[in-house]
Design a protein around this ligand. Structure first.
Ligand code: MF3
Ligand code: CO
Length: 249
């Protein structure tokens, strides 16, 4: 069941989103190549959420043990923070959800650690752009398939692939709501978008083949072929005036 949100509720999600965007930016800026571990990012995320009066939404969700997901290089999503030191040339996806005043926002960025290869940088750029291409379709009267297919077409046009096993989702009163928001599909198919829907749109883009596998830790997804993967996510409201990105400062 899709929960439509009132303008007042969208404002609440936006407040959560504002806090979240600031936390993610701060986390990205905190990385010292060769020094910072993904567990350091997790600890800082916990602290920054606490200071903002927000609750990290992933911790304890289905037993998830950390406050953020940190996915490095060939890791796609749901990477567990650990003692791994972020090294120059790595790319790291930082994914976080927070609850503020009863409402949830969810967002992710992938950032370069120090100098990265031009191929890695291009993957980041295309994945970020794919998110905005998807968001541009998040309009009243369009369908979920319009978002999905726009992302897929853009990604594949640039020689990359989209992950099939993991998808975006509704978000707002809970961290995961209906409908699923895939990053692949056909235009004109799926749920019709209505005013008041709030969606987490989150392309996961692989440099090589689309297949992913889950590690024995039961959380971390990695690319099957070992190539790089990137991930960007925003929480977006569907309004009469067009898509409204809620996870911005
Ligand atoms: N960020 C993921 C998403 O966008 C959720 C992570 S769930 C957790 O859906 F359990 F790993 F926290
Ligand atoms: Co999400």
């Amino acid at each position: 069941m899709i929960i439509l949100k009132s303008p007042a509720e969208i404002e609440k999600i936006r407040s959560a989103g504002r806090v979240l965007a600031r936390i993610l930016r701060t986390l990205g800026e905190s990385i010292t190549p060769g020094v910072t571990t993904t567990a350091d990012l997790d600890a800082l995320a916990r602290l920054l959420a606490k200071e903002a009066g927000a609750r990290p939404a992933f911790k304890g969700y289905m037993g998830y043990p950390a406050h953020i997901c940190t996915s490095v290089n060939n890791q796609v999503v749901h990477g567990l923070p650990s003692g791994r030191v972020l090294m120059p040339g790595d790319i790291v996806s930082i994914d976080m959800g927070i609850e503020l005043d009863g409402y949830y926002a969810d967002a992710a960025i992938t950032v370069p650690v120090g100098e990265v290869s031009t191929e890695a940088q291009r993957l980041l750029d295309i994945t970020r752009q794919a998110l905005y291409v998807g968001i541009d379709q998040a309009r009243v009267g369009n369908r979920i398939g319009d978002i999905a297919s726009a992302i897929q077409r853009f990604v594949e046009k640039h020689g990359y692939s989209v992950v099939r096993e993991l998808v975006g989702h509704g978000v707002g009163r809970k961290i995961h709501e209906d409908p699923p928001v895939p990053n692949f599909g056909k235009p004109g198919r799926g749920t019709v978008l209505r005013e008041g829907m709030t969606l987490a749109i989150e392309p996961m883009v692989n440099q090589g083949k689309p297949q992913v596998v889950c590690l024995p830790d039961k959380w971390t997804f990695v690319t099957e072929d070992g190539k790089l993967s990137a991930h960007f996510e925003h929480t977006v409201a569907i309004t009469r005036k067009g898509p409204l990105i809620l996870t911005v400062e």
